[in-house]
Write a protein that binds this ligand. Structure first.
Ligand code: NAP
Ligand code: G4F
Length: 324
């Protein structure tokens, strides 16, 4: 019988990449989605897999819906990718962020514990948990957490609950502590996609300026398609564990902007970019850079797409879309 996987967050960025990856490996994939008046399938359609997923309606903040789903499907693997994932909104919607990102994970873990204890569980943890904390400029599995946003804090709760269910009940639960990963499917609010979309609009004469916040923040950016492979590998490991996933290279928002403009042949980019305080955060995470040696060694995982290739792919995808 085929392996079965439930992916929460199926309509976001990572959900479609992971679904495609698992379908190609022969999995039967269920996708949890919230109820919509008009469902948005664009990301699944972009990868051509909208017909390969069985959709199930549910919500991470509704425990009963999750219990029913786990009880009925009893999947081999659950990948919990659903979240209020935008750091910027988490100050204004801290309660919602906590209900979905923290309590939602507790509900899923309890559903597994009571109704399908052999199900393996992957939690989408994040480098935002490190926040201000680093060791010699890098973050790895031994770095302390010092989150800087309600989002980061909500994910710390989920991280420890995932560890605790492993230690208390012997469940196969694993945290992937992923650093920023991007793609043409990235939500338009996140800085990389906002930049590539804005740059292409300026090039095509559809916009005059691009408004951004802190250009000096540094991130370890990789390609989402590479990172979903790491999720799968963690779930196939002999023992459940927690892994940092990132490229080890870091760049500033300024460098991303400069490269994206260069990609469309604009070198005097400064004249198009304005700084707007609305896009600055009450507390910033200045520098994230992964030391992912554990994943390299134990999982045999390596990122394939470089920073330069990532910017190119995202600019090209926005160019194609906007030229239509
Ligand atoms: P994303 O594009 O924002 O997708 C998140 C998904 O969660 C969306 O499909 C959203 O549904 C769904 N969702 C939100 N609230 C929900 C709820 N109450 N019930 C059910 N579903 C809900 O995020 P992503 O970039 O794919 O990231 C996937 C996961 O990895 C997230 O948990 C994120 O926090 C984490 N993470 C991401 C990164 C990164 O750089 N991308 C790095 C580290 C960790 P709708 O489509 O209905 O809005
Ligand atoms: O693209 P961002 O909004 O991503 P952020 O905050 O790093 O969070 C993303 O990565 C996390 C992993 O580390 C995930 F857990 C999380 O779910 C999400 O996927 O912002 C990146 C940086 C920040 O320092 C921000 O202050 O870009 C800076 N920035 C500068 N101008 C901006 C802007 N960010 C946004 N969104 N919009 C701006 O105009």
């Amino acid at each position: 019988m085929a392996n079965t996987a439930l992916i929460t967050g199926i309509l976001g960025q990572d959900g479609p990449y992971l679904a495609k990856y698992l379908v190609e490996k022969g999995y039967k994939v269920y996708g949890l989605m919230r109820r919509y008046s008009t469902p948005h399938m664009d990301n699944l359609k972009f990868l051509g897999i909208e017909h390969s997923v069985d959709f199930i309606e549910g919500d991470l903040s509704d425990e009963a819906s999750l219990i029913n789903i786990i009880k009925n499907i009893r999947p081999n693997e659950v990948y919990n990718l659903a979240a209020q994932s935008f750091v910027g909104s988490s100050w204004d919607q801290a309660k919602l962020t906590t209900e979905v990102n923290s309590l939602g994970v507790l509900y899923l873990l309890n559903s597994i514990k009571f109704f399908s204890p052999t199900t393996k569980f992957y939690q989408a943890s994040t480098s935002e948990m490190f926040g201000l904390s680093n060791d010699d400029g890098y973050q790895d599995e031994n770095t302390n957490f010092h989150p800087r946003s309600p989002y980061g804090i909500s994910k710390v709760y989920a991280y420890w609950m995932t560890v605790n269910f492993r230690e208390s009940y012997g469940l196969f639960t694993t945290n992937g502590i992923l650093f920023n990963h991007e793609s043409p499917l990235r939500g338009i609010q996140f800085v990389t996609r906002k930049i590539t979309d804005g740059v292409v609009k300026i090039k095509l004469g559809l916009a005059e300026t691009l408004s951004l916040g802190n250009l000096e923040a540094k991130r370890d950016w990789g390609f989402a398609g590479d990172y979903v492979e790491a999720m799968y590998l963690m779930m196939q490991a002999e023992k459940p564990d927690d892994y940092v996933i990132g490229s080890g290279h870091c760049h500033s928002v300024r460098e991303f902007v400069e490269l994206a403009f260069k990609q469309v042949g604009i070198s005097d980019w400064e004249k198009y970019v304005t700084i707007d305080a609305r896009f600055k955060r009450p507390a910033e995470v200045p520098h994230l850079q992964a030391r992912a040696n554990k994943a390299f060694e134990k999982l045999g995982w390596k990122p394939k797409v470089s920073f330069e290739e990532l910017v190119k792919v995202m600019v090209e995808a926005d160019m194609k879309r906007l030229q239509k």
